[in-house]
Structures are given as structure tokens and as C-alpha cells.
Design a protein around this ligand. Structure first.
Ligand code: GTP
Ligand code: MG
Length: 197
């Protein structure tokens, strides 16, 4: 599966603003700056579709992208960015949590962690929230191009151990630069949207 057509649909703060047509949704979560928007752009083959930035906190609220007029990709604001005013952070946090907990069309969450670092408490909390909400989740290790070959296995193992992923759980090494992992992410999305794409 791949994206023949894709376009930005809308950004929503309230559930009443979400698309109402019930198409399957695939959401991308992770710390600020982990590479959510970059991954989305690479999957969709459109560079500027979701705005990226070297400064954390670029993506705000819940952003819907139409893919092939069949499914939606949902880019969520990054968590763990300290410099955002508390009030705003709480507002985004609430919007994001409300989306993840209660969204019926949500088929899968792709949780992104930086392949270079040990996942944080916030990453673990997010996985717990998803588990509690019974949302299927796949972990994607981003920026793998920045990890030396010799460190790869060790870093991936550290991610598994810190997040408590068992051997069966998918962990996809990914790079928006080299495009490693693009096929595998599409395969997983394709599998879960078989009846609709
Ligand atoms: P927020 O919207 O702020 O939460 O960030 P984000 O998770 O959407 O991250 P974004 O895609 O904006 O990327 C953040 C920075 O990391 C940018 O400077 C990207 O160019 C860089 N980046 C993203 N993915 C990769 C990757 O796979 N490899 C490398 N080397 N850099 C990457
Ligand atoms: Mg972003």
C-alpha cells in the first residue's frame, strides 16, 4: 500500500470538529521533535504537508490528513516540551488524550521514540494510556540514520526493555532521511485497513 493522493484536511481542538465519515484513522504520537511530521511527510511522499521544524513544539492540536480518500492520518502535538506555557500544554494534552481515549475510528497508534535515546517516563505513560484505552500500538524508532551500525542492536534492545515490549511487539527502525522502515510502516497500516483501502 502507498499514498496515491493525500491532503491536509483540518486541525481540531474539539471532538465535534473531527471528520464525521468514520474512515479508519492512524495516529502518530511521540515527544516533541521526535520526527512525527517528518515521518508523515515521507509516508505520504509530500515534503511540506505537515510542517516540520528543528524547534520542538511545531505541531499543535489534532491534525487530520486524507489518504487516498479512504483513511486518515492524524498528526498529534508532541508531548514533553517544557517551554510551552502550562495552560496551553494542558489544553493540547487534554485534546490529545480525549482523541486517543475515545476515538472510535482509531485503528492504530504509531508511537515514535528517538532511536538514539532511552525512552522517557512520558513515553512509557503514553504507552500505558494507549494500553488502558485498548488502542493497538506500534513503536517506531526514529532517526535511526543517526545511530552507528555497531550501536543499533543495543539501542533497539534498550527501547524494548524500557518500554516493556515483548518479543512479539513490533518495533520498526525508521529514518525520514534514508527512508528505512517506510515499507514496513506501510505494510502494517495496509494490513489494518484492508477492508477500506
Ligand atoms: P513537533 O511537531 O514539534 O512535535 O515535532 P515532530 O515530532 O513533528 O518532529 P519533526 O518532524 O518536525 O522533526 C524534528 C527535527 O528532526 C527536524 O529538524 C527534522 O528534520 C529532524 N528529523 C526528523 N526525522 C528525522 C530522521 O529520520 N533523521 C534525521 N537525521 N533527522 C530527522
Ligand atoms: Mg510535528
Amino acid at each position: 500500500m502507498k499514498a496515491a493522493t493525500s491532503s491536509y484536511v483540518k486541525s481540531a481542538m474539539e471532538p465535534s470538529q473531527y471528520p464525521a465519515d468514520g474512515r479508519p484513522e492512524f495516529a502518530f504520537v511521540g515527544r516533541s521533535n521526535v520526527g512525527k511530521s517528518s515521518l508523515l511527510n515521507v509516508l505520504l511522499g509530500q515534503k511540506g504537508l505537515s510542517k516540520t521544524s528543528s524547534r520542538p513544539g511545531k505541531t499543535q492540536t489534532v491534525n487530520f490528513f486524507d489518504v487516498n480518500a479512504r483513511i486518515y492520518f492524524v498528526d498529534l502535538s508532541g508531548y514533553g516540551y517544557a517551554k510551552v506555557p502550562l495552560q496551553l500544554k494542558e489544553r493540547w494534552g487534554k485534546a490529545m488524550t480525549a482523541y486517543l481515549r475515545d476515538r472510535a475510528p482509531l485503528r492504530l497508534v504509531l508511537q515514535l521514540v528517538d532511536a538514539r535515546h532511552k525512552p522517557t517516563e512520558k513515553d512509557d505513560e503514553m504507552l500505558d494510556l494507549l494500553e488502558g484505552a485498548h488502542v493497538p500500538t506500534v513503536v517506531v524508532a526514529t532517526k535511526i540514520d543517526k545511530v552507528k551500525r555497531s550501536e543499533r542492536a543495543k539501542n533497539l534492545r534498550r527501547i524494548r526493555e524500557t518500554l516493556g515490549l515483548d518479543g512479539e511487539a513490533a518495533l520498526v527502525p525508521f529514518s525520514s532521511v534514508t527512508k528505512e522502515g517506510v515499507k514496513e510502516v506501510w505494510r502494517i497500516i495496509g494490513e489494518l485497513s484492508k477492508d477500506s483501502v
